[in-house]
Ligand binder design. Structure first.
Ligand SMILES: Nc1ncnc2c1ncn2[C@@H]1O[C@H](COP(=O)(O)OP(=O)(O)O)[C@@H](O)[C@H]1O
Ligand SMILES: [Mg+2]
Length: 230
């Protein structure tokens, strides 16, 4: 599929989607307590799936924009420990829906970088969401941040199934997902890591992972520390 075609269609889908979104929100509010059980279930299904479609379309538009270099990064001075604390707290409810908890380990001193806050939050959120989705219930996802050689290193470690060896070369490709056996019905589009990589590379950072099948995965990303670029 041509990228341009996909992004044009995605743009065109946005207007009717916004309208459906609005209508469903009004319907949901105005029908509070007035729908029978089946009606309420149908409405919940519609809302859940519109959310999914919205996320997919935003991801398609994002990867297209990031790939063409047309995303303007609103770069500012950021303290990563603070940013990570917020991201972890915001993602804990999602983790809990998978029966998972997230732990954060931070250095004692501030970790300063230059970056686009929203985009870096998006990148780390993608890694945490994957780790939670692929963790067994009761597991802990460990998020940490450290400094080494003029770079900040953020790591997200899980105790999930690991990345199948044959899938490793494709992990950061658009729409890439491992076999249905690995996915086990977990939701997603296969765009998250492609978006994350594009964001990190636009920050002059690197992204990678280590994984042991049956034991878990550790995704890491690095960013140049402010004032310590070599
Ligand atoms: N922590 C992880 N553990 C196991 N597999 C993973 C993990 N993170 C990513 N993957 C694999 O890489 C694929 C691509 O991830 P991503 O680009 O975030 O897409 P999505 O989450 O929408 O499927 C996942 O569908 C899964 O097959
Ligand atoms: Mg993902």
């Amino acid at each position: 599929m041509k990228d341009e075609f996909v992004s044009t269609v995605s743009h065109e889908l946005r207007t009717p989607l916004t309208s459906i979104n609005g209508s469903l929100a009004i319907l949901s509010k105005s029908s509070e307590g007035r729908l029978d059980q089946t009606g309420q279930q149908m409405l919940d299904i519609a809302i859940r799936n519109i959310d999914r479609l919205n996320r997919l379309i935003n991801d398609i538009l994002d990867i297209e924009k990031l790939g063409s270099g047309s995303v303007v990064m609103h770069v500012q001075r950021l303290e990563l420990a603070e940013l990570l604390s917020c991201v972890v707290n915001e993602n804990r409810p999602f983790a809990n829906t998978h029966g998972v908890d997230v732990q954060l380990e931070l250095p004692d001193e501030p970790v300063l970088v230059l970056g686009d806050q929203g985009r870096l939050v998006q990148a780390v959120t993608n890694l945490i969401a994957n780790a939670c989705k692929f963790s067994p219930p009761g597991a802990i996802v460990d998020v940490s941040c450290q400094k080494a050689d003029g770079r900040a290193i953020i790591e997200v470690q899980d105790t999930g199934p690991g990345i199948p060896v044959e899938f490793r070369p494709h992990v950061f490709q658009r729409f890439a997902q491992a076999s249905p056996d690995h996915q086990q019905g977990r939701s997603g589009s296969g765009l998250g890591l492609a978006i994350t990589k594009a964001i990190i590379e636009q920050h002059e950072g690197n992204i990678g992972f280590d994984s042991v099948v049956g034991s878990g995965s550790r995704f890491w990303l690095t960013l140049p520390l402010l004032g310590e670029q070599s």
